[in-house]
Ligand binder design. Structure first.
Ligand code: DGT
Ligand code: CA
Ligand code: CA
Length: 575
């Protein structure tokens, strides 16, 4: 049982005691313990296993230590179960809504039989709640807003949707006079595939002007709170954005703190403790002298702890601190290392722009090459190319390459892997192409065994160079297919086939953790955008973010190679 789960039980107990009208000191004691346990840098379970006394945790006395031990060792707490039995089921769900206290919760429960947030929402909309409390519509409406805010908290937004909005906001605020630093922290800076909320940080000569400018931006739909150095607001798609203006001389430590992850910070604090240092968002306090050291740069903060700088994408408590200690943080791949895009569609299939338009845009992006990879004409795929049209396209690309300078267009295809593992194009045409990408586009509900066999069949096919979007997931929309990725990676390593990191923001497939495993298994990766228009070529950065979170260096990513080396590898694969 994790600390957060233990903390939740103690918070529930505090809520139930409050409902019961118990003594406030007792209630406070449980609240305090819940907070202390939630933020405690060590897992209580480990402490118990190692025979340590839980009373060493500030805010945890004998009674709570005993309850925590019972809860962690047996998975249940008798006291909590008995307390819960005294109240209607689900009442703590109502107390979790800001603004709903014990009295209100009790009344909602006993008179309207409400036991969940969903039921409350329905009752508000039906006008029952306003009637019950003889409230004006406004109070009930406010309750509804709090419910929506609570829901937003569990609702994560894909980075592809969040990043462009944040960049617009940052660009607008950069033009406020006196702004010195301004950046996103939190999960967005770490490039997680989805974000819960946005944490912006900055320093400025006049912070209040930046706050005023922020809340007045056209992107802001609703201001939740506004002070002289802080503001919280909702942007039009429901995303919450918090802006904090801080002191210049502690910007580094604050940025570090609010970048997280929480788990990374906990591990860092633990390490600091052993060095006699106390870490906080304001800096590092030397415990012996009680002196606070401030940091305007993150790099110096890490350096003070004896650590190499850790890029935000690696701050997930996955061994990065140990690596930084050894000076072994790799030089991660960057967008500027990318020399071309290997997965692009045009108006020949379901794309919007011509081959030449895509090629010119790729050249403008600084690339050396681009591969045109239309769908094959298989079942269920709109506007796929048959053999005849594909050959026509190849001829056109060859003619185009004679005209175009500084960019080379590779011929290719994204061929469907049929349900039986065969490819949806005859061998003789595949062998004429520079690159063959194979992918699953239909019959996605096969058993794991069948699906794994199907894709390995494609990997073993000598004409195939790369597997597209290996899990077929669509973030928030379609679950990944059942497939044994470890087996896939083994086969790919053996046959020297490439696994794609699809940079398309709704795919990001392979995802970070899978790309990490593929790299560890010795599989070469390539980042492709699956662009269906010129604008989509800019998705590349999302794929680079995934690759960085997978600890990839340029050598792990095929499309960091210059054209000649890339072609040499692709023809070797075909041989
Ligand atoms: P999100 O918003 O759910 O996508 O994830 P984050 O990582 O952006 O988390 P958020 O917005 O709750 O907090 C931003 C950062 O602030 C987080 O990554 C680390 C820091 N932080 C927040 N709460 C705590 C905490 O209780 N303890 C520690 N050590 N750090 C925290
Ligand atoms: Ca956040
Ligand atoms: Ca936040």
């Amino acid at each position: 049982m994790k600390n957060s789960e233990v903390a939740k039980v103690f918070q529930d107990i505090a809520d139930l005691l409050e409902l019961k009208g118990e003594n406030v000191f007792k209630i406070r004691a449980y609240q305090k313990a819940a907070r202390a346990i939630e933020h405690y840098p060590r897992e209580l379970k480990v402490m118990i296993d190692e025979g340590e006394d839980l009373r060493s945790i500030p805010g945890v006395g004998e009674a709570i230590a005993k309850k925590a031990t019972e809860l962690i060792t047996t998975g249940k707490l008798g006291y909590y179960e008995n307390l819960k039995a005294e109240f209607p089921q689900g009442i703590t769900n109502l107390l979790a809504i800001p603004g709903i206290g014990p009295k209100t919760a009790n009344k909602l429960s006993s008179e309207l039989g409400i036991s969940s947030v969903d039921e409350l929402e329905r009752a508000i909309k039906e006008g029952k709640v306003a009637k019950l409390f003889r409230l004006g519509d406004k109070t009930a409406e406010n309750m509804l807003r709090q419910i929506q805010a609570l829901r937003r908290k569990d609702q994560r937004i894909p980075i592809g949707e969040a990043l462009p909005i944040v960049e617009e906001i940052l660009a607008a605020l950069h033009s406020v006079p006196g702004v010195r630093n301004l950046t996103a922290a939190g999960s967005l800076r770490r490039f997680r595939e989805t974000v819960g909320d946005i944490d912006l940080m900055g320093t400025a000569d006049n912070p209040k002007e930046v706050i005023d400018a922020f809340v007045a931006l056209p992107q802001i739909a609703q201001v939740l709170a506004q002070g002289s150095t802080k503001a919280s607001a909702i942007v039009s798609n429901g995303l919450q954005v918090d802006l904090r203006m801080v002191e210049h001389d502690s910007f580094g430590s604050l940025l570090q703190y609010f970048t997280g992850s929480k788990q990374h910070n906990i591990s860092l604090r633990e390490r600091g403790r052993k060095q006699g240092l106390k870490l906080s968002e304001y800096g590092i306090t030397v415990v012996a002298t009680d002196k606070l050291e401030k940091f305007s740069l993150e790099k110096e903060f890490y350096s003070r702890l004896g650590l190499q700088y850790i890029p935000p994408e690696l701050r997930e408590a996955q061994g990065e601190i140990e690596k930084a200690e050894q000076g072994a943080i790799p030089k991660l791949v960057e967008l500027s290392d990318i020399k071309g895009d290997l997965h692009v569609h045009t108006e020949w299939s379901d794309g919007h722009d011509s081959i030449e338009e895509m090629a010119r845009a790729a050249k403008d992006a600084g690339y050396q090459y681009i591969a045109i990879t239309e769908h094959s004409a298989g079942r269920g795929i709109a506007h796929g190319l048959d053999v005849e049209r594909l050959r026509k396209q190849v001829a056109e690309i060859k003619a185009l390459n004679k005209r175009l300078i500084e960019i080379h267009v590779l011929t290719g295809v994204e061929v469907d892997i049929r349900a039986d593992g065969n490819l949806d194009m005859p061998q003789e045409v595949l062998s004429e192409l520079d690159i063959v990408i194979a992918g699953v586009h239909s019959a996605m509900n096969q058993s794991e065994e069948k699906m794994t066999r199907r894709v390995i069949n494609a990997i073993e096919n000598p004409d195939v160079d790369m597997i597209a979007h290996p899990t077929c997931r669509l973030i928030g929309e379609r679950e990944p297919i059942a497939i044994d990725l470890e087996a896939l990676f083994q086969a790919a390593a053996k046959h020297r086939k490439i696994m794609e990191i699809s940079a398309m923001p709704e795919r990001l497939d392979l995802r970070d953790t899978h790309a990490f495993r593929a790299r560890e298994s010795g599989v070469k990766l390539a980042i492709g955008t699956d662009a269906h228009s010129v604008a989509h070529l800019s998705f590349m950065r999302f794929g680079v973010g995934v690759a960085r979170r997978a600890w990839c260096e340029p050598q792990h990513i095929l499309n960091t190679l210059p054209l000649a080396e890339l072609l040499a590898i692709l023809s070797k694969n075909a041989a």
